[in-house]
Design a protein around this ligand. Structure first.
Ligand SMILES: [Ca+2]
Ligand SMILES: [Ca+2]
Ligand SMILES: [Ca+2]
Length: 143
């Protein structure tokens, strides 16, 4: 539910860009996705964040259509961003998100490669990513 956590910021109304400040958004995302609250983001928690998008068919694989339709339905402001995020998650670029994509994406965040993504690693990774994608937010949404 990485993006769902961003949504909380949508309604704060503080900033020109709903994702700013990026480091605070990244920190909120970390806390929202550290489901067991142990201060680390682990591989199983990454799986958990994606379950919600697996809808039709419910087969453990998330297609681009499943992911982006879900985002468009819940937060149309993030629809363009969701395509870019999908490209990043879909490491082998076959329009299917599955275990090896999550493994590879997790490794991108785990910069010291110790099997855990610490708060520092997570915030560092997502701050840079959000800075690079922030221009894709559609105020008011597009469909
Ligand atoms: Ca955790
Ligand atoms: Ca893939
Ligand atoms: Ca680590």
């Amino acid at each position: 539910m990485l993006l769902l956590v961003i949504v909380a910021a949508l309604f704060s109304g503080c900033c020109a860009n709903i994702l700013q400040p990026y480091n605070e958004t990244a920190l909120n995302m970390f806390h929202g996705n550290d489901f067991n609250g142990d201060g680390k983001f682990e591989r199983s928690e990454l799986d958990f964040t994606f379950y919600v998008y697996d809808t039709e068919p419910l087969d453990g694989i998330i297609s681009r259509l499943e992911y982006t339709s879900y985002i468009n339905k819940t937060t149309p402001e993030l629809y363009r961003l969701s395509h870019e995020l999908y490209d990043i998650y879909d490491i082998d670029n076959d329009n299917r998100l599955e275990k090896h994509d999550y493994d590879a994406f997790f490794q991108l965040m785990d910069s010291d490669d110790d099997g855990w993504v610490t708060e520092h690693e997570f915030v560092h990774y997502w701050t840079i990513l959000l800075e690079s994608l922030g221009h894709l937010i559609d105020v008011g949404g597009t469909r």
